[in-house]
Design a protein around this ligand. Structure first.
Ligand code: ZN
Length: 265
């Protein structure tokens, strides 16, 4: 067993020992917000933003970019699990600014082994073979974190599946100070209510639509199976809570929650 695997399992055993009331947490985030941020190891969203288990959704990827998959998670986060405010948080010294699409593709074409950063430029020392599959992936690189936050907030804001009344805040986290710095351009672009014009232009019904168009819209959006399950489990958990049967439904709700979290991660 690898050292890391041993360490992680030991840490988990200690964590689970004092799990306590967290067993009763429902699936929907209690504080009804979501954070999209970078996977950078220096960012601890829970500590940086004061989160406890059950508080908020945290969606992470390389760069904290508004990729199709990040948007998929945000849409599930709001539509099925009720988040009402979203943060897009990039950070200083992001590794995504240290390579270009072309660099990544060439490195991968050479080998799949870990490349080396050699006085500012990447060098591939692997044996190979590599793969040209890298040509077909948009690596979503960027040079300027603040600019990328604006781009990402704009993309989320303009997305036809994103309701106009969810405010999207844009921030850059400073890895040297631990502080969040607002990106004013992003927060302006992400302000609630700004999407309706674009949505109307795109021929998508605005939020306060008739019941008929709502049904049509719902029918046209294919819900992922896991999200459906999570929604059903959330409902079950909520109704169980009302009837005081929370204990009984705790296990299936938790299971579904873990599944949906895994899918969204
Ligand atoms: Zn990063």
């Amino acid at each position: 067993m690898s050292t890391i695997l041993k360490e992680v399992l030991a840490a988990n055993a200690a964590y689970a020992k004092d799990f306590g009331d967290k067993a009763k947490l429902p699936i929907p985030p209690a504080r009804r917000f979501a954070v999209l941020t970078c996977m950078d190891a220096r960012i601890d969203p829970a500590k940086m933003a004061g989160l406890a288990e059950g508080d908020a959704h945290v969606i992470r990827n390389a760069g904290g970019r508004a990729s199709d998959d990040a948007i998929r998670s945000l849409v599930i986060s709001h539509k099925l699990l009720g988040t009402q405010e979203w943060f897009v948080i990039h950070h200083t010294d992001c590794g995504m600014g240290m390579f270009t699409e072309d660099t990544m593709r060439k490195l991968l074409a050479n080998s799949l082994d870990t490349a080396m950063l050699d006085s500012g430029s990447w060098r591939d020392t692997g044996k190979g073979p590599g793969s040209t599959e890298g040509e077909f992936i948009d690596w979503l690189t960027f040079n300027d974190a603040a600019e990328a936050v604006v781009t990402d907030v704009r993309r989320i804001r303009a997305h036809p599946l994103v309701p106009g009344d969810v405010p999207i805040y844009g921030y850059v986290y400073d890895v040297r100070s631990g502080r969040l710095q607002e990106v004013p351009g992003a927060s302006t672009a992400g302000a609630a209510g700004r999407a309706s014009a674009g949505r109307r232009k795109a021929g998508v019904a605005p939020k306060k639509a008739s019941a008929a168009s709502k049904t049509a819209r719902n029918a046209s959006v294919k819900k992922p199976a896991a999200a459906k399950k999570a929604g059903a489990a959330a409902k079950a958990a909520a109704s169980a809570k009302k009837t005081g049967a929370a204990k009984k439904s705790g296990a299936p709700a938790k299971k579904a929650g873990a599944k949906s979290r895994k899918k969204a991660a």
